[in-house]
Design a protein around this ligand. Structure first.
Ligand code: HEC
Length: 89
């Protein structure tokens, strides 16, 4: 019985940690694939990956938000981190 209680506590902790980690660290790549491909293809973004500087990406993403892209501030940061540090999807 005690083992079961320890087991359940362990599982609940894992679930809470998992949900917390997911909520505080949005996944930039996943966000791009869900929010940025509403208006154009991922290929259009991929073309920029090898040529844009982080500053150029910041300007581009701000322009996309003015076009209507839906990103909260932490989500925008996660997207910018992915764009600045990746050269393909
Ligand atoms: C509401 C529609 C919309 C959404 C959502 C959107 N875009 Fe765009 N995007 C556009 C339009 C319109 C253009 C062409 C005009 C322009 O460049 O501003 C474009 C062009 C681009 C280009 C090519 C032009 C350039 O400057 O290299 C890139 C790269 C790009 N978008 C990236 C993104 C990224 C990254 C996201 C997600 C953060 C995103 N877009 C979300 C509408 C959108």
């Amino acid at each position: 019985m005690q083992k079961l209680a320890i087991g359940i506590t362990f599982l609940v902790s894992l679930a809470v940690l998992g949900a917390y980690g997911w909520a505080t660290e949005p996944d930039g790549k996943q966000l791009i694939q869900s929010r940025c491909t509403v208006c154009h293809s991922q290929a259009r973004i991929e073309r920029g990956l090898r040529s844009k500087s982080p500053e150029q990406w910041r300007q581009t993403v701000n322009r996309m938000i003015s076009h209507g892209a839906e990103l909260s501030t932490p989500e925008k940061q996660a997207v910018l981190d992915f764009l600045a540090n990746s050269d393909s999807f």
